[in-house]
Design a protein around this ligand. Structure first.
Ligand code: VGL
Ligand code: ZN
Length: 205
């Protein structure tokens, strides 16, 4: 069985949102067309409590983009985003969420960030996604969504580590690009880890 994982297509990552990913809105029509052919569609939601340690607002004298150490891990500080049960954490109204079979919530522990849909950034706790997929007999995982240099990258890398054949649709993602070239570097990191990088036009489902 093949699964599509749609990463964090939430208002805060889209135009007008707190942590808007440049061009993020452009992928939504493509993601909408990718979902129906998949037997299983899982979506992730970044789902932070208001006191989350990745928010610059929660650290005196810090600004978005600064680095801190958060419980032993290096952490980039972000604008406050995807707070649980706010409009910013909802799926885009343009995303055809009726095709989503299962939603995985991540980043709920205020003391640790969670870019991947599988594990937190310290690989300390699992979200249950791997067992969920394996129980359903999933062997192949295709990844799309936001953002290519954070949540999409770490979801794809963990998917490989968990033993799934893993495919990234490169035109169905966009990067934050805090530094120039982060998108290209992320593609290379995924490729070197064994992730197949494909264009949607050459995708066979
Ligand atoms: C993400 C930064 C902070 C993402 C989530 O979805 O890529 N990036 N939280
Ligand atoms: Zn986040």
């Amino acid at each position: 069985m093949k699964a599509l994982i749609v990463v964090d297509i939430q208002n805060d990552f889209l135009e007008g949102g707190a942590l808007a990913v440049p061009g993020g809105d452009e992928i939504i029509p493509l993601v909408n067309s990718l979902m129906p052919p998949f037997e299983l569609v899982v979506a992730t939601k970044d789902w932070h409590p208001a006191d989350h340690g990745s928010f610059a607002d929660n650290h005196p004298d810090k600004r978005p983009g600064d680095m801190i150490e958060l419980n032993g891990l290096q952490q980039v500080l972000w604008p406050t985003h995807c707070v649980q049960d706010t409009r910013g954490s909802e799926f885009s109204p343009h995303l055809q969420s009726k095709y989503i079979h299962k939603v995985i919530f991540k980043g709920t522990d205020p003391g640790i960030d969670s870019y991947s849909g599988f594990y937190d950034n310290g690989h300390r706790k699992s979200t249950g996604l791997s067992v969920y997929l394996k129980d359903l007999g999933v062997k192949e995982v295709t990844v799309a969504g936001l953002a290519a240099d954070y949540c999409v990258k770490f979801t794809a890398l963990d998917s490989m580590n968990e033993g799934f054949k893993t495919i990234l649709i490169e035109d169905a993602t966009r990067a934050v690009n805090l530094r120039d070239g982060d998108f290209e570097r992320s593609l290379l990191t995924m490729k070197n880890a064994g992730v197949l990088i494909v264009k949607s036009s050459s995708l066979k489902i």
